[in-house]
Every structure is written in C-alpha cells, then in structure tokens.
Design a protein around this ligand. Structure first.
Ligand code: BGC
Length: 257
C-alpha cells in the first residue's frame, strides 16, 4: 500500500502551475498569466502607476490589477530599480524617497498568498526576449532606461547601467529617458540614441542587442542587423524563466507568512 506523503507546506496555494507575471513600470503596472513555458494565458492587463508612488501605492495598485484574473500558483515581479533577494534598494523613477530596503517580494507574497520572485524590470523583460545564446544585451526605453546583460541566457544581475554618466554628467535616464524625449523632441532624442547605441556597441561587443519599452516606437535611426526590437508583452514572458532555475540571479523565493 502506498504510504501517503506529506505535501509541501504551501501546496494548498500552488493549485496551478501558472505564473502571474507583473511588470512595475514608471507609467503603468502590467500583468499577465503565463504557463510554465511562458505562453500567455490571458490578455495583457495594465493600470497607471500612481504619481510619486510609495510602496503602499504600489501594493494598492497590484491589488487592483489582479482582481478577476485566472488562477495562478506563483508570482514573478519585475521592478524598476535595484533589487536583490526580493528587497528593493532603489526606485529612481517612482519619484518617491520612501523606497530603500523595502521587502517588496515578501509584501507581495503576503498579499497574494503565493510564492513570489522579484527581480529588476529590465532583467525580467530581457530574460523573456533573448535567444539564450552568446553574449546578449536587452535595453528598455521608457520612463527610465533598463538594462539586462546575459551570457548564454544566464543573467548577470544588478547592473544599473542607466546610472552611468554618458554626457555632461547626465545618466542614461536623464539623457534618453521619457522626460528627455518629451523635452528635446524626437529628432534630438534620436541623435542621442545614436550616441548611446554606439557607446553600448563599443563597450559590450555584444552578439545581439534587444531594444524594448514604450519609446522604441520613437526610434527613427537605422539599426545594425544584430539589433532587434521587442515589446513588453513579449518580455513579460521572462516571468516564467525566473522559475526555471532552482536558485540563481540573486533571487530569493518569498513565501506568504
Ligand atoms: C532604474 C533601473 C530600471 C530602469 C527602467 C532605471 O532608472 O535604475 O533599475 O531597470 O530605470 O525601469
């Protein structure tokens, strides 16, 4: 007779193999449900990020976002700042000084009652779009500039390239982020993008560069053949990749308390 095995403590919460993938952005917080291979199971959903969003605002927005969505067993979150082991250290584009050592992974896990993995937003999107071969870079053009660096599909986490000064002490966010596009206009912004892309090319000697984020649609400069465009809906599939590794990328799995 088979001896009944004790289930994992949180088995009751993992009723579904599906993953809720959330992308916290400077302008919108988006989500979808993925299967374990990263195939979308629902329409991509998004709600505006509150102005000057504090941790409590982000939690409230996530509560709103996940209303009436299909079931899921675990959660992946991309966050626009430096994140390590589920803890948020910075959030430059949420414009609120209350971010700093916030255990957001744990808070989201307690809220949604599911295990959560939280990582930098560009890292999650990058994992979703790279080919997984050779040395690849993903860069997102939005409120801020996100960067993800991958070798044979393995992410090298915590690189905040956007805060590297590129011109007159301005970092990438200041030079080609949303505000610069609005202020300087498309033509000047494209000139600046040309400079940024030539710097990235010379510094990284990448095999492929993937460009995503809302502002790729403003790009008019010619791009090398090894530069590919992607949209956030493709990138959010990286949420499934986060659960493929037992550990790695400096991710901690946060469980509901
Ligand atoms: C942040 C990055 C983030 C990027 C895009 C930058 O300001 O420092 O961590 O990936 O914006 O959201």
């Amino acid at each position: 007779m088979a001896i009944p095995q004790a289930g994992p403590i949180f088995a009751f919460m993992e009723t579904s193999e599906h993953i809720l993938a959330i992308d916290v952005g400077g302008s919108h917080i988006k989500c979808t449900i993925l299967d374990s291979k990263g195939i979308g199971q629902m329409e991509y959903k998004r709600v505006p990020t509150p102005m000057q969003a504090s941790p409590a605002d982000v939690m409230r927005t996530i509560t709103e976002l996940v209303k009436n969505i299909p079931d899921y067993g675990k959660v992946s979150v991309g966050f626009p700042g430096y994140v390590r082991n589920g803890i948020v250290f910075t959030a430059p584009n949420l414009g609120n000084s209350t971010w700093g050592k916030i255990d957001l992974g744990q808070q989201i896990s307690n809220l949604l009652k599911r295990p959560v993995r939280l990582i930098n937003d560009a890292d999650q999107l990058g994992l979703g779009v790279v080919s997984g071969k050779d040395f690849e870079l993903a860069v997102t053009l939005g409120t801020g500039i996100g960067t993800a660096v991958m070798m044979d599909g393995y992410l090298l986490p915590h690189l905040e390239l956007s805060h590297h000064p590129i011109s007159k002490g301005r970092d990438y966010d200041e030079y080609v982020g949303n505000r610069a596009l609005d202020k300087e206009g498309k033509e000047k912004w494209n000139k600046r993008m040309g400079k940024l892309l030539s710097v990235l090319k010379a510094v990284f000697n990448y095999d492929r560069l993937y460009l995503g984020g809302g502002n790729v649609k403003a790009l008019t400069i010619p791009l090398d053949d090894n530069i590919h465009l992607f949209n956030n809906q493709d990138g959010i599939k990286g949420g499934a990749k986060l659960w493929e590794l037992k550990d790695g990328y400096h991710i901690t799995t946060n469980y509901p308390q």
